[in-house]
Design a protein around this ligand. Sequence first.
Ligand code: ADP
Ligand code: ZN
Length: 736
Amino acid sequence: MTMAALKPIMADMPAPSEQSCAVLLPLPLRGAYDYALPEGVRPQRGLIVRAPLGKREVLGVVWGKSENAIAPEKIRMCAPVMPLRCLPERLCDFIDWVANYTLSPPGQVLAQAMRAAAAFDPEMPRKALIKSGVAPPKLTPARSRVLDLMADGLARGVNEISELADAGVGVVKGLAETGALRWITLPEFPRLQAPDENATHVKLSPAQAQASTQLRAAVRLREFSTHLLDGVTGSGKTETYFEAIAEALVQNKQALILLPEIALTVQFLNRFAERFGTRPAEWHSDMTMKERKRVYRAVLSGEARVVAGARSALFLPFSKLGLIVVDEEHEQAYKQEEGVIYHARDMAVVRARLENCPIVLSSATPSLETYVNAKSGRYQWLKLSARHGAAELPEVRLVDMRAEESEPGKFISPSLRAAITSTLLAGEQVLLFLNRRGYAPLTLCAACGHKETCKNCSAWLVEHRYRKRLVCHHCAYEVPMPKTCPQCHEEESFIACGPGVERVEEEFRASYPEARVAVASSDTLAGPAEAQAAINAMARGEIDVLIGTQIVAKGHHFPLLTLAGIIDADLGGGAGDPRAAERSFQLLHQVSGRSGRGERPGQVLIQTRNPEDPVMQALAAHSRDAFLEEEARLRDRMSQPPFGRLAAIILSGADAATVQEAGRALAKAAPRAKGVMVWGPAPAFYQMLRGRTRERLLVQAEKSVNVQAYLRAWLETVKIASSVRLAVDIDPVSFF
Ligand code: ADP
Ligand code: ZN
């Protein structure tokens, strides 16, 4: 391998000190390390090198001038990868920025940008065959089939030919020996097909045309600007930002579309292909190393013109980025909660600024942060206020569950039942939404009240009736459903309390045995493929009713769906979570937005015990902005984001006493500062998670305070036991 080939060079060469430089390694180290570069290699920022670390050799990136922290005779030599490759300098700047903002070691942030280490290996060319024009001395039926196939002049691998022509590998190789087929060398990967901005043209509505004209102008300007594309569900936001992407293609620039992972579906990719003649390059957690390598290289070389990806795509090495789109910008899925804790939407705005290109934030329910920025004029506000074509917004009705006559253990109210019946009779589709996986949220012994808890987490186990198991929704722990109560030994005594999607399905099937039903749950245990299959069946009209958790809320287009029923709208209030109301509104609004997207008008029934709640009122009245205004006023008064700053410190470890002690020591050392309050330590909501005890501290600061500087000064003074992990979460969105 090449590594071996490079080693002698590294060993033989002396280390000239003027050639030393700082190399950042993709590891959670404090900073960059000094290395020497071989003579003649310019220490350019971004240059990818292989560097010795202890007995290993790791990839690293030349980051800047050496700090001269190491004596010249001790400095070790690194070597650039061959052929020479560089991360774009603006990506290096972005990595520094993110590290600084999130208080993460820069190497740990760099690791986000180096998720395809194999991309720096030398290319492995492929051998393929093409037709030569020479006739073989002898023709058999199998040989004829091969030559017929190859008559089109395309190059193919041996196995591919063998399969397509239904001929043995020996036959194919034999033809190569006769000279009828000729060996050639192809690049490691087939070229990506470039999207064509003119593949199809849609006729835009006047509002869409106006918004897309502005976006196109922004792309042409090649300057940083932020745009909120604010349109009701089904108004054609996707169609509109596709125009901006078309303009980036015209300008010979690259474009990045960020999607919440679960929205990165075949439907989306195909829709892109309909507009641009080919799918975009993809980037998400579910790719093989080979696919990663291919896309990573194509992004670096500029060959990949449009990338659709989950939040990690933000760290790809674009060489000529001309546009970023963040679809469903309000989605919590953009927050990475582990390792480097960052919000991809916010960091996308930063990247656009550093790349000096426009960014489009798209949503029907913008986050309060974005709404406030649009209102103040910091972001340009593009509105699409009507659904495309004949579709109207659905009628929303609140069902007051205190007034409904429901039997205990039943969760579909008479009002909702009546609406379901008439919808099904009309041959239309129904969506029932409940954001709870499994059969019931709580399962307890009717005799003694015992509840089974997870052995790793402070959470109750949830019954999954199909699988006859009790499952922890936070870790992989599960047990068979116990036949007798482990505490009082009563037999068959466990009863279900409250509804989960499985239980709603059971109730529904009992009432409508004829209807075709499927459940789509974000249940990682059943596998996302199953949920996707249910969603596809719904879109094709093969089922009448879809019952699901939040996985059904996002972005799907079901033309025959005219009734959305929300089983329990009162879920979603989080203890001490300032964004609980906002999130609840967004989710319910998204679910409502699935109804009536086609030609027939839709309705939404929301079952609630709090019809007076501002969230419910805003949903019923379609008064989103009034709701956001009220939220903004409340948050402003409480100095909550975006009017104040928050940062959380999460301590975790296997030993509860050590973690608690660390929390107390940390709190005691908190510096006093004007406009800063420190709360805690307090046990996290799930005090035990995956076997680790967790304590939280919360810093609340005025907008003018530099929270990072405050935290740095604070954390430097305290020594935490090495068995305790400390994580800093700037702008937390989760308070568990
Ligand atoms: P949003 O992203 O705002 O929810 P979409 O872009 O998904 O809206 O559009 C909703 C539906 O309307 C889609 O099926 C889309 O293809 C269709 N649509 C939107 N705008 C147009 C247009 N100008 N011409 C044809 N179809 C359109
Ligand atoms: Zn658990």
